[in-house]
Design a protein around this ligand. Structure first.
Ligand code: FAD
Ligand code: UDP
Length: 383
């Protein structure tokens, strides 16, 4: 007989939010993760008293007040605003693309001058209907910015030519004709005070968690322990890669402790020149306005993926989308398995989107199985 209502595979944000909601609704959950810690990719490791974003820098942002209030109910968030710089051949530029960038690039001072410059370059490039990332980028900011701040970074990051990448990737970045360096347009933004582990601890408080437990190595033991499985690992792995590999970009991080209080004065500097081997340098203390006497920096390198390496960014190109369709069709036949999160849905989700998706899934299930007072709480969450 099943001991748990849900076996949740993966203690990342999707798994943790789903576990929280179901536990609060009186369901019994077991969360397992193959890593030695919970939190998935938002996990932070403390080095020299600084929260080091172990799987890459994470900045929380959302437009949805209910999601913002939801995360703040577990831990308060600080007022960090993401304003990275980009370095190309020794010159620093503000990101995202705004009047500061245009001034640094062309010495233009007014929005009209910047718009004219971009329009002139787009016209010269002859792009009317952009079909790929390169064309989309040029149509947004012109050829100079594309060549200096986008092409090298993008081709390092994705290991592919920009002409072979989907245009939605670059549409993530705002283009502004004012002097606003805020990377995001969202109303709410910040970092959990004390780091992301506080958020995860709150989400998983009172939930049974088993670490160092790979679902596939322990399937015989754990699969029968619950009435249903929530699976947040890789979708292709669940089906033993029978339709082929879904490709990811992997990352490699080189951390360094430096005996200075402030190394680069900003959380992130992107290195946009193809000749620089890493994509960005992260100085973690700036996420929390740290005043420690030392600092920790991380150089992030983009890497080809393989079955053994960590999967970071889904590559949503035509080939992978075709393979994905086959796995999704198969997954629809499952009676007692819920697939969710970045890996199981093979989607370029941000944190707020993963949280929204997990809440939506939990709400959907719990609405089907009413549990009294809990319904009132769910109605306040719009996803
Ligand atoms: P994950 O965090 O990947 O969690 C999945 C968990 O499942 C992992 O812990 C894994 O160990 C476990 N697992 C997998 N397979 C198994 C198995 N077989 N058995 C047991 N456990 C298993 N979003 C933002 O909003 N802002 C940002 O600034 C931002 N920056 C990012 C930077 C990088 C470099 C990356 C890669 C992502 C970034 N994101 C950002 C996205 C964010 O990380 C994700 O949206 C979110 O963490 C995904 O949560 P998840 O639960 O879907 O997946
Ligand atoms: N990008 C770029 N130059 C930069 C920063 C980003 O060309 O300095 C491009 C790159 O293609 C990247 C995309 O913009 O994949 C989206 O950037 P974002 O910061 O949203 O990527 P994330 O790391 O959050 O996935």
């Amino acid at each position: 007989m099943a001991v748990y209502d849900y076996l949740i595979v993966g203690a990342g944000l999707f798994g943790a939010v789903f576990a929280r909601e179901m536990t609060d609704a009186g369901r019994k959950c077991l969360v397992i993760d193959k890593r030695c810690h919970a939190g998935g990719n938002v996990y932070c490791e403390q080095i020299e008293g600084i929260n080091v974003h172990k799987y890459g820098p994470h900045i929380f942002h959302t437009n949805d007040r209910t999601i913002w209030e939801y995360v703040n109910s577990f831990v308060p968030f600080n007022h960090f605003i993401y304003s990275p710089l980009a370095e190309y051949q020794g010159v620093l530029y503000n990101m995202p693309f705004n009047m500061n960038t245009f001034y640094q690039m062309w010495k233009v001072k007014t929005p009209q001058e910047a718009m004219d410059k971009i329009a002139e370059q787009v016209k010269e490039a002859g792009i009317i209907h952009p079909n790929n990332l390169e064309e989309q980028a040029i149509s947004m900011v012109g050829v100079d910015i594309y060549n200096k701040l986008i092409k090298g970074y993008t081709e390092k990051q994705w290991g592919r030519k920009a002409i072979d990448l989907p245009k939605f990737i670059i549409k993530r970045l705002p283009v502004r004709f004012n002097y606003d360096n805020n990377y995001f347009n969202d109303t709410y933004q910040g970092i959990p005070v004390g780091g992301y582990n506080k958020l995860i601890d709150g989400l998983l408080s009172g939930v049974e968690v088993r670490l160092n437990c790979d679902f596939f190595k322990n399937r015989n033991e754990v699969a029968g322990m619950a009435n249903a499985i929530v699976y947040t690992g890789k979708l292709d792995e669940f089906y033993d890669y029978k339709f082929g590999l879904l490709e990811y970009r992997s990352l490699r991080f080189e951390h360094e402790v430096l005996g200075v209080a402030n190394y680069q004065g900003v959380a992130i500097i992107n290195s946009t020149d193809i000749k620089v081997p890493y994509t960005r340098t992260i100085e973690h203390k700036h996420f929390e306005f740290g005043t420690q006497s030392k600092t920790v920096i991380t150089r992030e390198f983009s890497d080809e993926s393989s079955v053994e390496k960590e999967a970071y960014y889904p590559i949503n190109d035509v080939r992978n989308e075709e393979i994905l369709k086959k796995y999704v069709e198969l997954s629809k036949l499952e009676q007692n398995v819920i697939f969710g999160g970045r890996l199981a849905e093979y989607k370029y989700y941000d944190m707020h989107q993963v949280i929204a998706a997990a809440l939506k899934k939990a709400r959907h299930i719990l609405n089907k199985q009413p549990v009294g007072a809990y319904q009132a709480k769910l109605k306040t969450i719009s996803v």
